[in-house]
Design a protein around this ligand. Sequence first.
Ligand SMILES: *[C@@H]1O[C@H](CO)[C@@H](O)[C@H](O)[C@H]1NC(C)=O
Ligand SMILES: *[C@@H]1O[C@H](CO)[C@@H](O)[C@H](O)[C@H]1NC(C)=O
Ligand SMILES: *[C@@H]1O[C@H](CO)[C@@H](O)[C@H](O)[C@H]1NC(C)=O
Length: 271
Amino acid sequence: MMRISQQARWCRRPASSRHARAALEEIWKTIYIVVLLTITAVTGATGNRMAAQAGHSTVMACPHRTGATMVTWKISPKIGGPCTLEFRADQNRVHRTNCSDSVKSEFQPEQFYALEIQQVGMADEGNYSCELVNQEGNFHQMYQLTVLVPPRLSLYCDNHSIPVCKAAAGRPAAEILWVPENSSMTEIDSHDNGTVTVLSRFTAHSTNRKTVTCKVYHATLNETMSTDCSSHSITWFLHHVMILGCLLSLIFLFALFHLYVFCDNRTMRKQ
Ligand SMILES: *[C@@H]1O[C@H](CO)[C@@H](O)[C@H](O)[C@H]1NC(C)=O
Ligand SMILES: *[C@@H]1O[C@H](CO)[C@@H](O)[C@H](O)[C@H]1NC(C)=O
Ligand SMILES: *[C@@H]1O[C@H](CO)[C@@H](O)[C@H](O)[C@H]1NC(C)=O
């Protein structure tokens, strides 16, 4: 009995406490709205970030809604003019303006009116938005497509026996790390077609390890390559010693020949 009456008293809290609770609810509501707005802003305004590898295909879908009367794909590429694909259910007809042939859509409701790019190229990079109209209203889905290009990798010893790791013509730029970890010099070269070449030189002199490893990180691949430039440096040295030896012997032979001719002349004159 005692407990119930206490509970009852607890429920009939003073006005100030009720105000506090109302304020708390208001705060929660605000946080909820802010979170919702943020989610809407992120998915609506900037859209889903999509990455596709050049030469591969990619598929983007419309909002998952049924009973579409009209579906429109609007493509704004980074380079070049926009293109639209419009589907009207009542006419069962697709209207295309300025879209390249590699951009395709079957406008199948069961595939969410998906758009397919069969061979993604650098020119396909840009914004893709689908607008779906049905009885309930208009629905949008945005995608920001970026194109990835795997870099060509190589690891070699330069003329000074320094290991050089190269990730050529990748998109975005690859990241190069060395094992053993060491200071390295990195050169970054941006090309007109949007790809980037990253070249890293291993600049350690005090390492006892002969084999060095270069690790390349990229959105399309991770690769580890190893090399030993010290043997390269020995062969390089031997190579030069051999050339020098040949040159010296040539000079020696030449001198010998001249000496012979000179002596021969003198003996001839004496006679
Ligand atoms: C794509 O959309 C983003 C975010 O809305 C915008 O900043 C960007 O300029 C757009 N790019 C193109 C090519 O329309
Ligand atoms: C289609 O492309 C042509 C030439 O690139 C351009 O002049 C025209 O305005 C474009 N049409 C639309 C609807 O974007
Ligand atoms: C590359 O490695 C990173 C980190 O180890 C990993 O998150 C990523 O998924 C890998 N990517 C590929 C393409 O293997």
